[in-house]
Design a protein around this ligand. Sequence first.
Ligand code: NAP
Ligand code: MG
Length: 454
Amino acid sequence: MSTLISPVTGTALQDVRLASAAEADAAIEAAHAAFPAWRAVSPGDRARLLRRFAAVVDEHLEELAQLEVRNAGHTVGNARWEAGNVRDVLNYFSGSPERLSGRQIPVAGGLDVTFYEPLGVVGVIVPWNFPMPIAGWGFAPALAAGNTVVLKPAEVTPLTAIRLGELALEAGLPEGVFTVIPGKGSVVGQRFVGHPAVRKICFTGSTAVGKQIMAGAADQLKRVTLELGGKSANIVFDDVDLEAAAAAAPGAAFDNAGQDCCARSRVLVQASVYERFLGHLETAVSAIAVRDPADATSDMGPLISSGQLAAVRRYSDAADIAVRGSVPTDDPLSSGFWHPPMVALPRSPRDPVWTEEIFGPVLSVLPFTDEADAIRLANDTEYGLSGSIFTRDVGRALRVARAVEAGNLSVNSHSSVRYWTPFGGFKQSGIGRELGPDAPHSFTDVKNVFLSSE
Ligand code: NAP
Ligand code: MG
């Protein structure tokens, strides 16, 4: 058993039963047994089942959103978007079963064709920061490509995943095709790594655990997709509408209370406008409404846990803080896991507040001199997930976008992840890509077949 704690009030919410290693093995074996029949479902029928799953998610959108507000402390606006994202991702990948075409390649003496064969059982391991979307980004394309899926939610945020597992059955997905297994990473997650029937692991979480999973998966040459940490740069040149750029910066760093692998938590501002930018930034940060996430006017809720709050405080207590927002002080919210939004001024580019992923509402600002300096500072990190570039100079936007070592960049925008475009990291932010038109391919192996005309 594990007792879930409300991030909003710090009090017990409910108990959830955690699976043992033996129960995880039984679920993996049931998924393995369900695989031959699922891969044999005709493409049109598999597509129809996924569309029905999407429709059932849509019917339960408000229920799922409210569960996430309670369990994860997400603002209700975000939580509705997240449930809608599961629906949209299912609808998008429901278009792929009939389109997962191989190729016909010219050869002498016969016919050569390729097939995208499903792998078997796919294990999806989900973190606590975006329980619904990250689950959907794994299970929807994996199911569409003909795999069965076992999914382990984070120990602290299992409620929406458990409900999605029930909704899949309600939509008519056969038993064993999509199974949610609440449990510990060290127990259930480790069985995904160790059990030979799991042919691929799709993991999102910390870089440290991602490396362990990759090392463990090597033993069976198990496929992996890893979406790990980030410390992304928001580069602001001096030719932009400075007030607008400063107004947009907090949203890009403090969404989900900064518990976002894409958070643009390193703001690089051209030295000529640095002081003015900081002035506008202070105005923008002071306007953030940090309040009960169930309140529709809330911009930012609490952190996920007391442990995460302590981890973030270790950074903010040690840093030079230039701007400090507010947190609720009234009961019962005062005992929740709240951290104010903050702007830190690093002492150098080696300051931990500048180099390490904080996963909380603390952004840092440093000045740069010119384009080359901005690129050098932006790339001075082992991470490479996302980033933003603000400039009105088209040539510079292109040069910088090509030079920044990150998988997802936006120009004059802090665009969030779109399910129909590829998403993933450079360097130690990950391996492989999720979402976009090619995602189902990463849940298959290519088979080449030659048929002789003799
Ligand atoms: P984590 O430890 O990497 O956990 C992510 C998922 O992996 C959870 O479901 C976790 O299960 C599971 N897991 C943990 N150890 C495992 C193991 N040995 N084998 C298999 N699965 C395992 O991340 P966290 O502890 O929740 O967060 C720590 C830091 O990771 C954050 O502060 C942040 O820097 C980073 N993070 C990044 C992302 C991202 O989107 N890139 C998301 C979350 C966290 P349990 O919940 O049971 O531990
Ligand atoms: Mg952990």
